[in-house]
Write a new protein. Structure first.
Length: 416
């Protein structure tokens, strides 16, 4: 009788564990919103990159892949050039050609892809870095001179590369910031973006300093746009900003990544304030968005990184188009317009918190938050594997509790 009782208790524990996992995962998947919204346009092309799979992919309006190419272990900024080729920032991990570093190391730089007739790399330029983590080139731009402008995170600098591979100009961030003894040994400033604003004039994102800079060749830093310091929720920039777009005088569009939102900021009387922001699309709250472009039609194209999706939203927050992107999508550009310097800005201050209505949220985030350990595990997991967008940290907590429960149940069954 005692053995039978143990076995019953054991099987009951196993059943509870299995049911908890099945109901939590299955129930959430059933109520999760759809994240794809496409149309019949095959002429409209969106260029995307995936940080974790190193893939550059072009989608048409139907969501079908026009072309795709693996460019290394990581892919970041991609820009269509005037001749139809694509310039992409790419990184390799665990290589042996390491220069002054001990192998294995990383190599980072850029490639130029010709997508026709079949996508292939027609030019590549890379340099060794101590590690392929937080030392990658995140952004590159082609200048009218034909030089390639590089935002370098290994030495925290900007530099240009000529057709023959020679470095022809360099600006070091140490001109403004106090540098550590070895800038390659720590993620010091994380210079993650550079855009050309005109001849010799560049907009630069210095992520770890909560600052955007305007740098002029021959002059250095001529303007600084700083984060607002009092309170995380009210900050204009909070540490992990990415891919700012210059909309025009006194207006910028920024992926305010650590706040899980996109913001448009305006300057009035030398003070920058939020004029427009959005935190979700199609009922799903953003998770670490890292690119936003104001399109020619007035909509905003967003790379929602940890949800592996690209979404186009209207000024009132409605979803006009969306597609599942590459793993940990980094960049999204509408072809052929790309990220334009000078674009429509929104004049009416509005915070779209959970959709087009101001006020109550309708984000899909059931039971989300308040689990620091599992939040961290979930965040790390999204970098390694492509998890379902509806998988939340509390699901991991349920699984973590179910495993020992099932093991205890099986042990009781065995003893019985």
């Amino acid at each position: 009788m005692r053995s039978l009782s143990r076995r019953r208790v054991g099987w009951a524990l196993v059943a509870v564990a299995v049911a908890a996992v099945a109901l939590s995962l299955g129930g959430t998947a059933l109520v999760a919103p759809a994240i794809e919204k496409t149309d019949n346009s095959r002429d409209r092309v969106t260029l995307t990159t995936g940080q974790s799979d190193g893939v550059v992919t072009a989608f048409d309006g139907t969501g079908d892949v026009v072309w795709s190419l693996d460019v290394g272990d990581k892919a970041f900024d991609a820009t269509r050039l005037d001749d139809g080729t694509v310039l992409v920032a790419a990184t390799y991990e665990d290589v042996e050609d390491c220069g002054r570093f001990d192998p294995p190391c990383g190599r980072t730089g850029f490639q130029i892809i010709d997508p026709k007739p079949e996508p292939r790399v027609v030019r590549e330029w890379t340099y060794p870095v101590g590690t392929a983590h937080n030392s990658e080139v995140h952004d590159v731009e082609r200048l009218p001179s034909g030089e390639i402008l590089v935002a370098d995170m290994e030495y925290e600098s900007l530099f240009t590369v000529a057709e023959d591979g020679a470095v022809t100009w360099r600006w070091n961030a140490s001109e403004r910031y106090d540098e550590p003894a070895d800038t390659t040994a720590t993620d010091w400033l994380h210079v993650n973006d550079v855009d050309t604003l005109g001849d010799g004039r560049y907009l630069v994102s210095v992520r770890n300093a909560d600052e955007l800079l305007i740098v002029e060749r021959g002059e250095g830093v001529v303007e600084v746009i700083e984060g607002v310091a009092d309170g995380r929720a009210d900050r204009v920039l909070f540490e992990a900003q990415h891919n700012p777009q210059y909309l025009g005088d006194d207006a910028l569009l920024v992926a305010d990544s650590e706040n899980d939102r996109i913001v448009e900021i305006h300057r009035e009387d030398d003070e920058w304030t939020i004029a427009w922001s959005i935190t979700s699309a199609n009922g799903l709250a953003f998770d670490w968005p890292r690119d936003a472009d104001r399109l020619e039609n007035g909509n905003t194209l967003i790379a929602d990184s940890r949800h592996h999706r690209v979404v186009e939203v209207t000024p009132d927050g409605s979803t006009a188009w969306s597609v599942r992107g590459p793993h940990l999508v980094y960049e999204a550009d509408r072809i052929p317009e790309g990220e334009r310097v000078g674009a429509q800005k929104y004049d009416d201050a509005v915070v779209l918190d959970g959709g087009p209505s101001n006020g109550g949220r309708d984000d899909f985030s059931p039971f989300d938050g308040g689990l620091p350990l599992f939040d961290t595990v979930h965040e790390s997991l999204t970098h390694v594997v492509r998890v379902p967008y509806w998988l939340l940290p509390w699901h991991l907590a349920v699984i973590a509790a179910a495993i020992p429960t099932a093991m205890i149940g099986l042990a009781l069954v065995r003893r019985g």
